[in-house]
Design a protein around this ligand. Structure first.
Ligand code: M6R
Length: 369
């Protein structure tokens, strides 16, 4: 049942190109437009939406943090992302024009369920993004867009995360399409780029041996830090979460711009710091700023593990270890940049003798608040 892999997690990491393709399947028509008729919220209701609120936990929350960039960019609708466990306790401002998106792999996470119930009580429409057919969260929502990752068995979420991103982007683009925002023309280009992402992930998977070797060499470390910017920031958070839950190591993700506001004090000799580098094309200002951050932390002894786009030569002098990912548009980079972090955490867990598929103290779905 593990298909020749030692762990479900490895199998599920390997299944990501297919999971991404399956989640796109049947949702784009021959003309390159989105056909999300399955989302039972009418176009006129979607045109009324004046705020999007995403609620989720753990890895699904990280997908939501990334989705915010895409939703605001393509639709110009303000988008908030909140931990489901915090949401209803602060009396959030919600009304009929608020679209609440609840993201959950299992569809059974109690915190997310309670958040969506609260949202519906306030009259908001709730759209679930879910991987489990007929589970509670989609049943209690107004509409659902299923991710087609297939069953995810390992406690650590991998393929579900990538498909959550795809689904969120489809929703963002669909909102743009029905509302005819000024980004309408861009939609076709993004859809084309999205359909290439599966093969980009495939290429990343083919080059993971050095990442595994690096992970094994760090098995004795206590702490690993992760830095990112823009959509790379939630990727850093996700890399750190994976390491906590699988390797039981102290791991923290930071927005690179925050370094000088505190975290740089943590840097000491030979501390591994994973840096997710934005594309040098696109938002090149951010790229240059993160290159300076790499200089700063290296000068203080950090051992940099740099995830950067192919052809980005500016990072080479500051990278103790360099992990290459294919060049993608900025908003799609998380789908390729997360994959080495999954492999890294899985290999570190193995090297430390931990149970990969069933980490201590954790359950696949958290059905209590
Ligand atoms: O089933 P859900 O997507 O609602 O689960 C949410 C989190 O519990 C889940 O993503 C958790 O953080 C994973 N173990 C992360 O790998």
């Amino acid at each position: 049942e593990k298909g020749g892999y030692d762990y479900f997690m490895l199998k599920e990491i390997a299944e990501q190109p297919k999971a991404v393709a399956d989640t796109l399947l049947g949702r784009i028509d021959a003309a390159g437009s989105l056909t999300l008729d399955e989302v039972r919220i009418s176009a006129s209701e979607l045109r009324e939406v004046d705020k999007v609120v995403i609620v989720a936990c753990g890895t699904a929350f990280h997908a939501g943090l990334i989705a915010k960039y895409a939703i605001e960019h393509w639709t110009r609708i303000p988008c908030e992302v909140e931990l489901a466990s915090e949401f209803r306790y602060r009396d959030p401002i919600l009304d009929q024009q608020t679209l609440v998106i609840a993201i959950s792999q299992s569809g059974e996470t109690m915190d997310t369920l309670m958040a969506l119930r609260h949202a519906r009580e306030q009259g908001s429409k709730v759209l679930a993004i879910c991987n489990t057919n007929g589970s509670t969260i989609p049943r209690e929502s107004d509409a659902v867009l299923y991710t087609h990752a297939g069953p995810e068995v390992a406690v650590a979420s991998t393929k579900a995360f990538l498909t959550q991103l795809v689904a969120c982007y489809l929703v963002a683009l669909y909102l743009g399409q029905v509302r005819g925002t000024k980004w309408g023309d861009e939609i076709h280009v993004v859809i084309r780029d999205l359909s290439h992402i599966g093969s980009d992930v495939e290429r990343v998977l083919e080059t993971m041996e050095p990442v595994r070797a690096l992970a094994r060499s760090l098995a004795h470390k206590n702490t690993v830090l992760f830095l990112g910017r823009h959509v790379g920031y939630p990727v850093a958070l996700e890399g750190a979460l994976k390491l906590k839950e699988l390797a039981y190591m102290h791991a923290e993700g930071f927005a690179a711009g925050e370094l000088k506001h505190g975290p740089i004090a943590l840097i000491e000799d030979d501390l591994p710091v994973v840096v997710v580098v934005p594309s040098p094309r696109g938002r090149s200002v951010l790229h240059d700023k993160i290159v300076s951050n790499m200089q700063e932390i290296r000068a203080r002894g950090a051992r940099t593990i740099v995830i950067a786009e192919e052809g980005d030569e500016a990072v080479v002098p500051y990278a103790d270890h360099l992990i290459r990912i294919p060049a993608t548009p900025t908003l799609l980079q998380p789908m390729v940049a997360t994959v080495p972090l999954q492999v890294f955490a899985c290999e570190l867990a193995t090297a430390r003798g931990n149970e990969v598929d069933q980490p201590r103290n954790l359950a696949k779905s958290v059905t209590v608040e």
